[in-house]
Design a protein. Structure first.
Length: 171
């Protein structure tokens, strides 16, 4: 399972990078509009909170331990939170910069904010995908190890985890 550990670490690094970029782009916008109503900026505050939570969890779970795979429900929930943030940002843009994933005609040195918004939306979407893949990898890992353990249970015992105390577990 070295390959799964390595892939999980790469996913966590990608999650960390994408959340950091999204937090930075959203933070720049929130700093620029400080003093305005918090209700008007709720979708950006939500995105910033999801990005901060993602950064924290990605750093904690970055280290490749087999226990990091059992957090797949949290990975799935974070993925859903990122998809919601993606939807809120796309809804706010509301076609004012053209189609969301149309990257043609974007000039980096222009005074237009469309490239920043499209980058923010793209990185929130990529973060949601990475968290979803991480959850699927965790489900696969947990399912594989449960069936492996159930098939190697000692003779005379019932198969499964319920016959061992927590302090006598193999894994």
């Amino acid at each position: 399972m070295l390959l799964a550990d390595l892939f999980s670490m790469l996913l966590r690094l990608a999650e960390l990078a994408f959340a950091t970029i999204t937090a930075a782009l959203t933070g720049v916008y929130l700093h620029a509009v400080r003093g305005s109503s918090s209700w008007d900026q709720a979708r950006f505050i939500y995105t910033e909170v999801v990005a901060g939570l993602s950064i924290l969890l990605a750093i904690i779970w970055l280290f490749p331990f087999s226990g990091s795979f059992i957090h797949w429900p949290v990975d799935f929930i974070i993925s859903v939170l990122w998809f919601v943030a993606f939807g809120l940002l796309v809804n706010w843009l509301h076609g004012s910069c053209g189609y969301v994933f149309d990257w043609t005609g974007i000039d980096i040195n222009s005074n237009d904010n469309c490239p920043e918004w499209k980058a923010n939306i793209a990185f929130s979407f990529l973060s949601a995908i990475c968290w979803l893949v991480s959850a699927l990898l965790g489900i696969y890992w947990v399912h594989r190890h449960r069936t492996t353990y159930a098939n190697t249970a000692p003779a005379g015992t019932t198969k499964g985890y319920h016959n061992r105390r927590w302090y006598r577990s193999r894994y």
